[in-house]
Design a protein around this ligand. Structure first.
Ligand code: TRP
Ligand code: SF4
Length: 353
């Protein structure tokens, strides 16, 4: 048996996702599976960024609560463990809003306007008016999410690196303006240490149409899809375009189904796929059946664990996790308020008023 490090001796990480509803295999391979592993070596905070959902979906918030529960069920199904990680909901920890407000005071507009996702998203999501203050502030809220927990690392995909970079710049600016109160802070550590992005290796996971798997393309396989649904989706999946007839040889390296095999199938199945596809010895239907088998194997245990939680248990886990998160966040906020010389706020916290 090896020793389990105590939480204080481990480096801390924090990451989150917007509640987009039930998660798909792309979310799993690109983030969740990695988070599950990180639980073995880090002190972990994982959360659902429901306020971030409002930056784009402010006009119709009807889905946010259900999407949050669905996402949380997938977190738990995938193996995030409330005993080992703090699992929480952003909007249940008002310190996120408070630190966001403080950051809003010190962040030059140009920094936010230059974040690449800002213009990109405005151009892509044409059905919505994203000329709002909240949407511009998206990465600043993310900076608050992160810095509140003073983590060393933020596990994210490549698409979030610019946001972590902005987070570091905001921390640096804050630390330049506001020094820690001398009392109780020996060593003069800065109030908001700069965290680093911990890049998640993300193999290319194609959706059923061959493009990157994404909710907005409608080409996803959900973690919660039952077996018949998985098999049905696989049947419609695009294949090597050179393989028009059953007698045409194909190439798994040019086929999205081949990509799935590479990620999920055993070496024995892979060998059969390469051999059979290149010699036209197998049909695509058969090959897709094997890919479906592999997916079902991966998803079965996730779905069983998912089904073992009731809705009220999920809510309870979020309540409890959010209480723990708020306690940690409040520690940082006390340092923040005192560095900003807002002593009255401290008095309120200490219960002196
Ligand atoms: N912007 C992230 C995404 O779209 C979600 C997010 C919000 C996040 N706050 C965060 C990720 C803090 C990591 C850390 O995926
Ligand atoms: Fe793709 Fe398999 Fe068909 Fe080859 S046999 S083209 S790998 S689905």
């Amino acid at each position: 048996m090896h020793e389990t490090p105590t939480s204080s001796s481990r480096a801390r990480i924090l990451s989150g996702m917007r509640p987009t509803g039930k998660l798909h295999l792309g979310n799993y391979m690109g983030a969740l599976a990695n988070w599950v592993k990180l639980q073995d070596s880090y002190e972990c905070y994982f959360f659902i960024a429901d306020w971030h959902a409002l930056t784009t979906d402010y006009a119709d918030t009807a889905q946010v609560a259900q999407n949050t529960l669905d996402a949380m069920l997938d977190y738990l199904g995938a193996g995030l463990d409330p005993e080992r990680s703090v699992l929480f909901l952003q909007s249940k920890v008002p310190q996120h809003a408070e630190l966001f407000l403080a950051f809003a005071m010190i962040t030059p507009l140009g920094w936010l306007e230059r974040v690449p996702t800002y213009k990109e998203q405005q151009e892509n999501l044409t059905g919505k008016d994203l000329g709002t203050y909240g949407f511009l502030g998206y990465p600043l809220l993310q900076a608050a999410d992160i810095l509140l927990y003073q983590p060393q690392f933020v596990p994210v995909g490549q698409d979030q690196v610019a946001h972590v970079e902005l987070t570091r710049e905001v921390a640096r600016r804050f630390n330049q303006f506001y020094k820690p109160a001398a009392v109780g802070r020996p060593g003069g550590r800065e109030v908001l240490p700069e965290p680093k992005a911990l890049l998640t290796p993300s193999p290319k996971l194609p959706g059923t149409d061959g493009r990157k798997m994404s909710k907005s393309y409608g080409n996803t396989i959900l973690l919660a899809d039952p077996e018949p649904e998985i098999r049905k989706k696989l049947k419609t999946m695009v294949t090597d375009p050179a393989r028009i007839r059953r007698t045409d040889p194909g190439d798994p390296d040019k086929c999205p189904v081949g990509d799935l095999h590479k990620m999920f199938s055993t070496p024995e199945t892979m060998a059969k796929v390469y051999e059979g596809c290149r010699s036209a010895g197998i049909g695509c239907i058969e090959c897709k059946g094997w890919a479906a088998d592999a997916l079902v194997q991966i998803l079965n245990p996730i779905q069983q664990r998912r089904a073992s939680f009731t809705e009220s248990q999920v809510k309870e886990i979020l309540e409890e996790g959010s209480r723990r998160a708020a306690a940690r966040a409040e520690r940082t906020m006390q340092e923040v308020r005192s560095a900003m010389k807002l002593p009255l706020a401290d008095a309120v916290v200490a219960g002196n008023c």
